[in-house]
Design a protein. Structure first.
Length: 302
């Protein structure tokens, strides 16, 4: 839908901006044999991996997929294992597609920029392109090539050779970047085409279904917020004798030291029976304790 397209575009733009700032402030090729490759690949791969993990973590579908899978009620809810596996695979593909937006953008932009690739691959360029003296040893040749990304370390007689090597590496990097973009665009297009072909709904029916799901989720969130607020009010009223926003409060309840201790601290969900949980310590206290404690009259007159 439009919201997904806009969200992906925003993610891509933020990734491009972050990559430019990241390169400007942090990237500095070591220009040393054996270190260039590690440093360049780290700047290429590590941020992409972090963005991929964040893409999974920030997607609500990920937590919907994994939350509560060890519950004993799970088997009763979804007895059809084959259908459940197909649905899980479909949702995983959808989540992965969304999660790949940022890392693929990062890789494409960094490859088109070329700086990371030049640093990582400089010492592995063929001798046909370095313009250096072929009488030097292989180790000395690699040392000279490793220094090419740092112009201040290159002797004047090797300046032209350095320029040729940098141009060659930038050419390779930019071609790889554009190929990556082309492959991703074609893959996304074909995926949407296949999904549309196998859809059991017509075009307008599919749009209606998408609109329904969006509205249902929005209404559910609003109802859940109001329901949980009203439910929590009952427990807060029992503990304090009133709820925030109440008018003409005649009396307030004075909780005892033991009650303060009972609702303080940390707690997990507590299962009270086969169908219900206690959501908090205050919830647990409210269901267990009678509200026959000390009350104090309030004087609302100024």
């Amino acid at each position: 839908g439009k919201e997904v397209v806009i969200a992906n575009a925003v993610i891509a733009m933020l990734t491009i901006g972050g990559q430019q700032l990241f390169s400007f402030f942090t990237f500095s090729c070591p220009c040393h044999v054996g270190q260039n490759l590690i440093y360049g690949l780290a700047f290429l791969g590590a941020p992409a991996l972090i963005l991929l993990v964040l893409g999974y973590a920030l997607n609500n579908q990920t937590w919907r997929l994994v939350t509560g899978k060890s519950s004993p009620l799970q088997e009763e809810i979804s007895p059809n294992r084959s259908l459940q596996c197909k649905l899980i695979c479909f949702v995983l593909c959808s989540i992965t597609g969304r999660a790949l937006v940022a890392p693929v953008t990062w890789l494409a932009v960094t490859l088109i920029n070329g700086s990371y690739y030049v640093c990582a691959m400089s010492e592995y360029v063929s001798v046909d392109y370095d313009g250096a003296n072929h009488n030097v040893t292989a180790s000395e040749q690699r040392r000279m090539l490793a220094e090419f990304p740092c112009s201040q370390l290159v002797p004047p007689e090797l300046t032209r050779a350095r320029d040729e090597v940098i141009l060659l590496l930038r050419y390779q990097s930019q071609v790889a970047g554009w190929l990556l973009i082309a492959v991703v665009v074609i893959t996304v297009f074909l995926s949407y085409c296949l999904a549309s072909c196998f859809s059991p709904l017509s075009f307008l029916h599919f749009r209606y279904w998408s609109s329904y799901v969006h509205n249902e989720q929005q209404l559910f969130d609003e109802a859940a917020d109001q329901h949980s607020r009203l439910y929590a009010m009952q427990h807060v009223r029992k503990f304090f004798g009133f709820v925030p926003g109440s008018e003409n409060v005649k009396e307030i309840r004075i909780p005892s030291l033991r009650e303060w201790q009972a609702i303080s601290g940390l707690a997990f969900l507590k299962r009270v029976d086969k169908e219900h949980y206690d959501y908090s310590l205050l919830h647990d206290w409210s269901l267990r304790e009678p509200a026959d404690r000390k009350y104090l009259k309030t004087d609302e007159d100024p």
